[in-house]
Structures are given as C-alpha cells and as structure tokens.
Design a binder for this molecule. Structure first.
Ligand code: NAI
Length: 395
C-alpha cells in the first residue's frame, strides 16, 4: 500500500516501514562512524523499539558487538493497516543485526507483566546464560500491576496549583496559553506506580533471582530534569514525582545487587522529540527553542548521539561524572548556562508570528514525522510498500 501520515494531535496513526528501516540504518551508520566501544557484550533492553531504548540497543549491538534481547509493546502491520513504528524499527534492526552476524531476539509484550519477565528470563537462560547490562527505557501512560491486576494511569499535571504558560501546536505553529489543573485524588501515586521505579526493581529482582545477571552487571534507567520554565508541569509535577522515585530506586537496586557487585544508575538525558515527549504540554515549545539554540551552537544531539556519548564517555569511558545526587548527566549540554539563558530569552518573546524564525519548528515537526518513518531522506513515499513486515525472532 501507499502509506501517508495521518495525524491526530500529537499522535500519528500510520507509520512507514521503509522510512523506519532507513532511520535504523542511519543510526547504525552513525554508531559505526564513531568507532568501537569496549562495552557490555550481552545486553537486555526493556523499551527497545523506539527513542532512547532503540538507540541503546543499536549502540550496544553496533558499537560493542553485543548480543541483544529487546522488549517492547508494539503492533505489527496487518493487510491494509500499518503497524506501529517500533515494530518496523525492530524488524529493520534484527535484519541488520543478522547481516552483521550479531545475536538479536525480541519479545513483544507487556513488560510490566510477570509473564514477559518470565519469558525474558527463559530466553536469557537458553541463549545467553547471563546478561551484563540491562537498559530500562520504558515510557508508558498505563500499567497493569502484576500483583493486584489493577490498571493505573499516569497523568502529566502540576502538583498543588494550576500551571499556565505558553505552548505550541507544532502542526500549525500556533503559540497559545495553556492552563493545566493540578493533580487530584490519587494522580501522584498512580503516576509513580506507572513511571516510577517499582517495575525496574521487579525486573532486576526477577533477573537476579533466576541467576541470569553476570558478576558486576550494570543497569541504567533514563530520567529528565529540564529547565525552570517546564518545572511545574515536569520535574515538580506528577511525572517528576515518578522520576524522583525512579532515581531513588537506583540506590535500592544497587544495594540488592551487592552480592554480585552490580550497580544501578540513572542517566539524565536531553529533551528530545519522541512519542512520549510530544504528549507533554509546554515541552514542544521549549524543545523547538532548544533545538534552534543548540543547533546554532553546534551541540545538538538526537537519541543516538546521546546514547553514543553516554556509552563511550560515561558508562564505558571510565568517567561516570556523577552529579551530587549520584546521577549520570548527558543533559549537560542542554543545561549549559549559555544555552539556558538563550532559551529563556527566546521564551519571553515567542509568538505565533516569530516562532518559525526564533525557534526550530521545522526541526521539531520533521523529527516528529521521522518517528513514524515519514519525511526521511531518500525514501520514495509514492512507492507501494508492504505494510506486513515480520520481526525474524517473533513467530
Ligand atoms: P519512547 O516512547 O520512544 O519509547 C518507549 C519504549 O517503551 C518503546 O519501545 C515502547 O514499545 C516501550 N513500551 C511502552 N510501554 C510498554 C510496555 N507496557 N511493555 C513493553 N514495552 C513498552 O520513549 P522515550 O522518550 O525514548 O523514553 C524512554 C525513557 O527516557 C523514559 O523513561 C523517558 O522518561 C526518558 N527520557 C525521555 C526524554 C525525552 O525527551 N524524550 C528525555 C530524558 C529522559
């Protein structure tokens, strides 16, 4: 079929298999161009099909020749109905891994469930014995708790008071004022249940219990801090409460892994256009001003550049450069004083009329379409493509 983007708000309902494949190839080429990283050789990535998780899987496989197992929750394409980008990305990744002689297997299912944890444990036992790196990169709006069966929803709200600020509709470029009501009832607890550290710890407990973690195994989860302007809705909001919990859980997991000399870290990454971040009000305007500023200064990075730097300089580069809270920081360039000063200045003046000039709306929009395999250079979107693509390791 010929597949075109069909968007509804910050969601795109279609995705393009060839565009997704090209994105994966581009990321692999970037990693190869940066040379080998003496990193982990057997890697489990939870949330491996898009964004930072996919970049982590690619960096491990093509930077360190690692065997990878990827877990994600995606829809395969069916006749006349394109699948989700993560499925196409994984199909492309496995194809490239096989051509390079690298082990790669994937599990498509709910990472929050006991069943998927069990499947992964069995797969590691059968094929790899143990893993030495576990990347935890889930971003989900819901979680069904494996013990109680209760379904929790996360929300993106400020805590304590209304928050009003500017935002942009990145499809139209219209800058407007948005007002968000504060969390109520169990919003905070529920968001912590979905996006906090409980599931990360459950994963690490299950892996340790089954003796599938190698001596000295490391696990890394991703977090975000961001600027003053997004603080009420992000870091001091419901999602920030969940990130506080995730960050605290790193210390608990490190304690749990003492007997095998294992370590858990949180890496604070840069704000980027992903399916998760496009859903948060105010963030798209911030990102478009940030992209403009960082591109002008020659320090812009995407997911793959971020993870390449995380691996080569921090995780396997001998200098974790932890902050006062024990976190790895690859948001260091985003948070640079000169960058933040410039973005705040632009924020004050941003309007519908001047945004295409002072902000990188085009870069934002392109990145958004790229997530779904659209507007990717070199892809012929008028060509008929097969929407039913299989992931070799998924039967
Ligand atoms: P994303 O939406 O691109 O990727 C999420 C991944 O999780 C996908 O592979 C998806 O299939 C998987 N997933 C979601 N629910 C699942 C489930 N129930 N079972 C199995 N897999 C499931 O998200 P992104 O942006 O890469 O986020 C990953 C982490 O990085 C999150 O913790 C996020 O908070 C963090 N982060 C994101 C930043 C950003 O600007 N996008 C900045 C800094 C940190």
């Amino acid at each position: 079929m010929i597949i075109e983007p069909r968007t509804r708000g910050f969601i795109c309902l279609t995705s393009h298999p060839v565009g997704c494949e090209q994105n994966v190839i581009n990321q692999i080429e970037y990693i190869k161009s940066k040379g080998k990283i003496d990193g982990a050789k057997k890697v489990l990535v939870i949330g491996a099909s898009t964004g930072f998780g996919l970049a982590s899987r690619i960096s491990s496989a093509f930077g360190s020749d690692a065997a990878t197992i990827g877990v994600f929750f995606d829809k395969p394409g069916t006749e006349g109905r394109p699948g989700s980008p993560g499925f196409y990305n994984t199909a492309a990744f496995e194809k490239q891994a096989a051509a390079a002689g690298l082990y790669a297997k994937s599990i498509n299912g709910d990472a929050f469930s006991n069943e998927v944890k069990e499947q992964v444990v069995n797969l590691i036992k059968e094929d790899l014995g143990q893993v030495d790196l576990v990347i935890y990169s889930l971003a989900s709006p819901v979680r069904t708790h494996p013990v109680t069966g209760k379904r929790y929803k996360s929300v993106l709200k400020p805590i304590g008071a209304d928050f009003s600020n500017k935002t942009v509709d990145f499809h139209t470029g219209k800058v407007s004022e948005v007002s968000i009501k504060p969390a109520e009832g169990e919003d905070v607890e529920n968001t912590i249940t979905v996006m906090g550290g409980e599931d990360w710890k459950m994963w690490m407990d299950a892996l340790k219990e089954a003796d599938v973690l190698a001596e000295g195994a490391t696990t890394v989860a991703y977090s975000y801090i961001g600027p003053e302007v997004t603080k009420p809705v992000y870091r001091n909001g419901t999602i920030g409460a969940a990130k506080d919990h995730l960050e605290a859980t790193a210390f608990t997991i490190t304690d749990d892994l003492k007997s095998i000399g294992g370590k858990a870290y949180v890496s604070v990454n840069k704000a980027l256009v992903t399916q998760a971040s496009s859903a948060i009000p105010v963030i798209p305007l911030y990102i478009s001003l940030l992209y403009k500023t960082m591109k002008e200064k020659g320090i812009h990075e995407g997911c793959i550049e971020q993870i390449q730097r995380l691996y080569s300089e921090r995780l396997f580069g001998g200098d974790l450069a932890l902050d006062e809270k024990g976190r790895i920081r690859v948001d260091d360039w985003e948070m640079r004083e000169d960058v933040q000063a410039e973005v705040s200045k632009l924020w004050e003046t941003a309007t519908t009329e001047n945004l295409s000039e002072i902000g990188d709306l085009e870069g934002y929009s392109n990145d958004f379409y790229n997530l779904f395999g659209f507007k990717v250079d070199g892809v012929d979107y008028t060509a008929d493509v097969n929407e039913v693509v299989s992931v070799p390791s998924i039967k």
